[in-house]
Design a protein around this ligand. Structure first.
Ligand code: DGL
Length: 259
């Protein structure tokens, strides 16, 4: 069982930011990554559409014998993970915006959250926000249009800069000192965001926490891969393979798959 792969999926190439954290922390694990770029963005879809897509991805990963599934997408986690956990007999790791650490550490008592519409409107997001951010001003911003630009490989474009400027301005005015990246595509924008934000604003995401949780759950179930042979990494996309390869710095074997 421990030789079986960890399955990871996202609406596209963004979840590779989580995949990178996982293989750094768990370099002996075999991994399968699914980039559902054909259906990106998930963030503008209805909850039932997000659920159906999450089921499709999960069932493909189960067919490929995965021992655990990481839902490397805030939108899919907040809208579908409770159904997935109740339906399939393997552990699921999800990702949610890192409101808790931002709320604990803020000195200005104001934090910004950039995430998709699907995440910000979900019941799970509201529950987490009510639980941890009481008494703190939370500036929520839907990152409309950002994911399609990243999926098109346009991280450094004028359009991206314009969108980010527009989304950050109200947060800077509200005197935030933490910006929470609530979408797994956004860590790829840290260089662009850093240029637009005043130096004292810290950018945080949940990537490392997800990798640590993956390790903890594999260990709890006694299925950590302790063999030292080189791991098998398979990355599949139903979208543009060149853009996927470029975001992964051409380091892995990638394949087009129609799923
Ligand atoms: N990367 C995803 C997330 O973490 C979804 C982005 C999208 O497809 O809208 O929310």
């Amino acid at each position: 069982m421990s030789n079986k792969p960890i399955g990871i999926f996202d609406s596209g190439i963004g979840g590779t930011s989580i995949f990178n954290e996982i293989i750094t922390l768990l370099p002996k694990e075999n991994c399968i990554y699914l980039a559902d770029s054909k259906n990106a963005p998930y963030g503008d879809k209805s909850q039932s559409e997000i659920l159906q897509l999450s089921i499709k991805n999960t069932e493909l990963l189960l067919e490929k014998q995965c021992k655990l599934v990481v839902v490397a997408c805030n939108t899919a986690t907040t809208n579908a993970i409770s159904y997935l956990r109740a339906t399939y007999n393997i552990p699921f790791i999800g990702i949610e915006p890192a409101i808790k650490p931002a709320a604990i550490h803020t000195k200005t008592k104001a934090i910004g959250i950039l995430a998709t519409k699907g995440t910000l409107s979900s019941a799970l997001f509201h529950k987490t926000s009510d639980l941890y951010a009481r008494g703190i001003k939370v500036i929520e911003q839907i990152g409309e249009g950002i994911v399609p630009l990243i999926e098109a490989g346009k991280l450094d474009s004028k359009d991206m800069k314009m969108l980010l400027k527009q989304y950050l301005e109200p947060m800077i005015k509200a005197n935030i000192d933490y910006l929470v990246l609530g979408c797994t595509h956004y860590p790829y924008l840290v260089p662009q965001l850093s240029k637009l934000l005043p130096k004292h604003i810290k950018i945080i995401d949940s990537g490392l926490a997800v990798a640590k949780q993956t390790e903890a759950i594999l260990s709890k179930h006694n299925v950590l891969n302790l063999e030292s042979k080189s791991p098998i990494i398979n990355i599949f996309t139903n979208g543009n393979i060149d853009i996927l390869n470029s975001i992964l710095n051409h380091q892995y074997k990638t394949e087009y798959l129609d799923f």
